[in-house]
Structures are given as C-alpha cells and as structure tokens.
Write a protein that binds this ligand. Structure first.
Ligand code: MIC
Ligand code: SF4
Length: 644
C-alpha cells in the first residue's frame, strides 16, 4: 500500500508505537523553537529539568511578541532568553530579527524534518514540507531535554487542489479562508491536512506557508505540502539548496478523507468578527467604512506579499479617516523592501511602519479605537484580542487590505480600479543573519540573568482520592485561550511571573474570577465547565498554569482543543468530557461537585461519577487519557514526571 507524506515523515522519525490512526507514537524531533511570550516559561522549565544542554539537533529561541518595552520587564525577559540560549546551546534570534514563523521558514525550516514550536502557528513550516507542530512550553522543554515527542496519531486528510488562482487579486489567504468557511474552527481537530493535487504547483513556498499557518485556525494538528521544485527554488534563493529533499505522496497513498478544492473558483474572502471561520466573500459586505488597516503578521509577511502591497500603495494616499499599520514579518523582508525603496512607497502613501514583530496581532500596540472597524491580514480576530473590546476585526488577504486602505472602505479588490504589479518571490534573498547568535561550544562560564519579574514555575500537588470543588464558571463553545488568559501589552509582560499573571485569568469574561478562584482554592479548588472545542487558539500554557495556580482541579467540557488539553494535563489539571451533553445544560456556576475515587478512575477505566451536591443528582464523565498522560497527571504534571 502506498504512503502519504505524513506517514513517510512519521515512519522515518518513529521511536515507539506504530502508525495508525489514534495510536500512541513517539517521534524523534529535529528542531525545537520557542518565542519570547511562551519561551520564558519553556526555558525556565528546561532549567528546572536540570539538563546542561539541549539534546535536539537544532533549537532556536526567538523574540518577537513582547517587543513593547514600557518598563524593565520585557527587556529583562529578552536578556534571560539570550543568556539561557547561550547556556543551553540554542540559537538566539534577537529582537528585531522578526516573527519566529517567518524567520524559521526563511532560515531553518527544511523538508522531511519534524519541528516543534511553542506557538500554535508553528505549522507555517508545513509550507516547506516539514511536520511542524505547536506545543506548550513544557512539552518543548522535555523534548529539548532528550525525550521523544509522544502523541496520538492524527487522521490524515488530503486537501486536493486543482486549477489556478485568479491572480493577482486572489491569494493564498483566500484559499485558507475558503477552507475555514467550509470546515469551521473545529473542522481540523484531530487531523493533519496534507495538501496535494495539480493545484499545488500554482503555489510557492511562502504562499503554502500562509495556508499551513492558518490551518491552526481549523484546529488541525498541522498541515503540510509536498517538497518539489518550488521548495528547491525557495531554498536556493535562501542560500540553502543543500537542505532540499523531494517529498511526495505515493500515487496510491490512502487518506482518512479527501477534500476537493478548485483554486480557480476561489474568490477574495474575508472573516468577519469575532471568529476566523465567520467567512464571506468580500463582495457580500462591501461598502462599510474602515478605520484601521493592519498588514503583516506571521500569516502574510512574505517579500512577495509586501512588495505587492507596496506596488498598490505607490502613488496613492490613504483617506483622512484611515490608519494604516504595516509590520513586515522578518528583518530579511524589511531590509529588502527598504533597499528597493518599497518602504518609501508605503510611507509616502501614509503607512505607519512598525518593527518586524507580532505587534497589533497580539494587542502589543496598534489597538483600534472604540467601536472601530479594523481590517487585518492576520490570522485571528477573537473578541478583545486587538486590545479593544468593542472593535470589529476582519481578516482578509494583504492585497485586499492595501486596496481597502486606499479606498477607506470594504471593497472587492477587483472592483477598485487600482493597478498592481504581478510579483513573485525573488531568485535570491538578501542574507544577513547578524541578529542571530549561534550556539557556543563552551558554555560553562555563561550566567543566566533573571530580572526581578521572573519567577519560578509553580507545580501542582498530585490528586487526592476526592475532588470536592466549586463550579467557578460555565462557558459556551469555542472558548479561546485569549478568553482564558488574555494577552495584550498590559498582561504579556507577566508571562514569566505566574502569580502576577494569574490575576488576569478570564478578565474579559468575569473580572471577579481570579478572586473567587483564590477563595475557592482554600476549600477544595475550582472546576470550569466548557462547551465544544474548549481552549482553541494559542499554545500559551499560561492558560493552564495560571488557572492551576488559582486552584483549578478539572475542566469538564464537550470537547477540547488539542494543545490546550495537553497543557492542562501537563500541569496536572483533569480534562473531563461529558458523557451526555444534556448534563452540560443542568450544571450552573456555583454548584458544588464531588468526584470520588479520582486516582482509581484515572488508573482504571476513566469513568468518573460526579455528584452535584447543590442540585442533588449524579452524572458521568470520562477522561480519555492515554497511558503516558495517566502517569504524568497522577504525578501532578509533566515536570514532576520527567524529573522522576
Ligand atoms: C497567538 O497568536 O495567539 C500567539 C500569541 O502567538 C500564541 C502564543 C502566545 O500566546 O504566546 C500562539 O499562537 O500560540
Ligand atoms: Fe505573532 Fe500573531 Fe503570528 Fe501569533 S499569530 S505568532 S501573535 S504574528
């Protein structure tokens, strides 16, 4: 029987288990990378494990999220990360070098490798033909310390592309928005999307990367493209032709499912507030006046995309009611645009050019005004994520963004009467890695420097036989990690300080949460009730550690997003699933729940009977843990498990 791409890479990296849907497998990992907002925890966790040097062939620590230095905290974190990378043998990508996913794609990603990153958009590397998976910091730390990456084998779904995009107005972003419309933010859960078919050759590596990047919004474990001549051309242009290997699925490869997509039928699309799957064609909502446009982020920051934006802006000017912000994704792209005078075109049109970092995407500056409409070429438009609760954030392709910046309203780019040059990726990129510090051989004299805001990683007490806890909050479907642990310029600097950041848990949903949780901690702790896809979005393990620090014992939900579920388990919090959805309806905030025989249930059949002491009825839940997860949750979490 023929093999698909995913099977080929997995089999070449397998150290335990067998490929086959649902099986627990152990994989040898080639590359691990961290970014600053999740990296401080990851490197503190690596230090706590007590290993001298990373054991993976390549580790990179990036700084790209916490770039607004309004006091000492972020700068101290950067220095901690730099000295930790120096101590433990990782590359360090300095602030200013760019967004981790874009830089990684340019300088390190390679076909047939497996990479883990402490960020949910790590699948960007799938555009290069690698398996790139987003994980929590502790997962990354244990892999860097030499462990295999253990996971249940996801379903492999083929996305069969045919035809060609209607260029130049329709872009790769419209492909992934079309898929989000078809499949929704839950559509990829438990799946790897493998792209194939004739249409693949219409897309270059950075376009493929836009699609795999935003596959995270489908909830997919990752997404991957084949490695072909386009991959070779990109690697050669990056001076890395030797990293190329061909990778393609066998003709008779099998898939759990096949999704057909005709590229020639894809229209310019836009995701409306407040979810990346709330997608319509731009035409359907044309005419709305816009206040802010943001172009860039890890989704749409390639040289090609930025040059197209510059070509559209050239000779035009933005109207008086529009603010245009542009954040190129990497220093490489930024430097090239500057040398070619393209930044000048953007500035002349009225753009505010930001540094090569995440910026407004994560609410690190650039928050829209009250009730404003912000159009972004980014990947997430969750409620409040921009930093302004009542702003309406829309997501669309970078060319459409530039057109809307000029016209001041939502408009199908094909109807705007503007000129755009047809632009391709260059044959040679400018290579200047002066902001990347390579690992050193001798690290014994290196001192790790920790500023006063950097605190130890808290750990959880292992479970007792009984959980007797209060329902602190009942929530609906698709709760994001931004809802659980908000980001933004006020909160992000506390990423290395769990006691301080825990005060912001669920801040945008219920301001009293952390206070109530702390009180409940004294008398047995808390339980959260969630709907479908609980914890979608970011990989931030703070959405698990901070609630754990506040005494959270369990989350009972209809279903969980993959990374958040793993983060809960890694920090000793039980993810429980309702057996009957009608029980979800009956529970209310404030109910007291009693779960007996917790340890036996985890070790045994994983069926738990819960008594609702307030409403006097019993209901059943299950935990669905694999053997490794059972063991580590019983120890109180992954850190205690790896320390033995
Ligand atoms: C995001 O896009 O939500 C982030 C910020 O990049 C996160 C990581 C984080 O919260 O630090 C992600 O995608 O994992
Ligand atoms: Fe940064 Fe936004 Fe990409 Fe997350 S989605 S890595 S915040 S640019």
């Amino acid at each position: 029987m023929g093999k698909n791409i995913v099977q080929k890479i997995f089999e070449a990296h397998m150290v335990s288990g067998e490929t086959g849907e649902g099986n627990l497998i152990g994989l040898k990992v080639d590359q691990v990378y961290t970014q600053d907002a999740t990296g401080t925890m990851a490197w503190l966790e690596f230090e706590a494990i007590g290993i001298d040097r990373v054991k993976v062939p390549l580790a990179v620590s990036y700084v790209d999220h916490n770039m607004l230095q309004s006091n000492f905290m972020n700068a101290d974190d950067h220095l901690f990360l730099q000295t930790a990378a120096a101590k433990f043998g990782a590359y360090f990508s300095k602030p200013g070098n760019g967004i981790c996913h874009q830089v990684h794609l340019e300088r390190f990603a390679a076909p047939c490798k497996i990479a883990l990153g402490t960020d949910s958009h790590t699948p960007t590397g799938g555009g290069m033909g690698m398996i790139a998976i987003g994980v929590g910091g502790l997962e990354a730390a244990t892999v860097m310390a030499g462990a295999a990456f253990e996971t249940n084998m996801p379903k492999v779904v083929k996305v069969n592309l045919k035809g060609k995009l209607q260029r130049p107005w329709v872009t790769a972003m419209d492909i992934i928005l079309t898929l989000l419309k078809m499949l929704t933010v839950k559509g990829g859960v438990g799946k790897i999307l493998e792209y194939g078919g004739e249409g693949v050759k219409d897309l270059n590596v950075t376009e493929r990367a836009t699609i795999t990047n935003m596959g995270a919004e489908l909830g997919a474990t990752t997404s991957i493209f084949p490695s072909d001549e386009k991959t070779l051309a990109f690697l050669k242009a990056q001076g890395r032709g030797k990293d190329w290997i061909e990778l393609k699925a066998d003709d008779d490869a099998e898939y759990a499912e096949v999704i057909e997509l005709d590229l020639s039928a894809v229209e310019p699309m836009i995701a409306q507030p407040h979810s990346p799957d709330n997608v319509v064609s731009i035409k359907e909502i044309a005419g709305k006046k816009v206040n802010q446009i943001c172009i860039g982020s890890c989704t749409n920051s390639s040289y090609q995309a930025m040059k197209a934006v510059a070509s559209l802006l050239r000779g035009n000017t933005i109207p008086e009611w529009v603010n245009l912000l542009i954040n190129p994704g990497s220093k490489q792209v930024y430097e090239m645009l500057s040398m070619e005078g393209l930044i000048a075109d953007m500035i002349a049109a009225g753009a505010r050019i930001l540094e090569a970092s995440c910026g407004p995407c994560i609410g690190m500056g650039g928050a829209p005004g009250t009730g404003h409409i912000s159009i972004r070429s980014y990947n997430r438009n969750f409620h409040g994520r921009s930093g302004t609760k009542d702003a309406s954030v829309y997501l669309t392709n970078p060319i459409a963004c530039a057109v809307m910046a000029v016209k001041g309203e939502i408009i199908d780019p094909r109807d705007a009467g503007l000129h755009i040059d047809e632009i391709k990726e260059p044959e040679k990129f400018l290579i200047n890695d002066n902001l990347v510090i390579p690992p050193k051989a001798d690290t014994k004299d290196v001192k790790i420097i920790k500023g006063p805001n950097i605190k130890e990683v808290p750990v959880k007490e292992p479970f007792k036989k009984i959980i007797d806890a209060e329902v602190l909050l009942k929530l609906g479907n698709n709760i994001t990690t931004d809802d659980i642990m908000p980001a933004g310029s006020k909160v992000l600097p506390y990423r290395s300080n769990i006691p301080a950041i825990s005060e912001f848990v669920f801040e945008n949903i219920d301001r009293t949460f952390s206070k109530r949780a702390m009180e409940a901690k004294e008398s047995g702790g808390g339980i959260i009730i969630g709907g479908e896809n609980y914890g979608q979005g970011s990989s931030r393990e703070h959405a698990a550690i901070a609630p754990m620090y506040l005494g959270l014992q369990a989350v009972i939900a209809k279903s969980f997003a993959r990374i958040h579920r793993a983060n809960l388990i890694n920090f000793g919090v039980l993810p429980l699933l309702f057996k009957s959805e009608s029980d979800y309806e009956k529970i209310e905030q404030g109910d007291r729940l009693l779960i007996r025989g917790v340890i036996d249930a985890i070790k045994g059949g994983q069926d738990f009977k819960i008594e609702n002491l307030t409403k006097h009825y019993t209901f059943e839940v299950t935990s669905n843990l694999n053997d490794r997860e059972k063991e580590l949750i019983l120890k109180g979490g992954l850190l205690q498990y790896v320390r033995g």
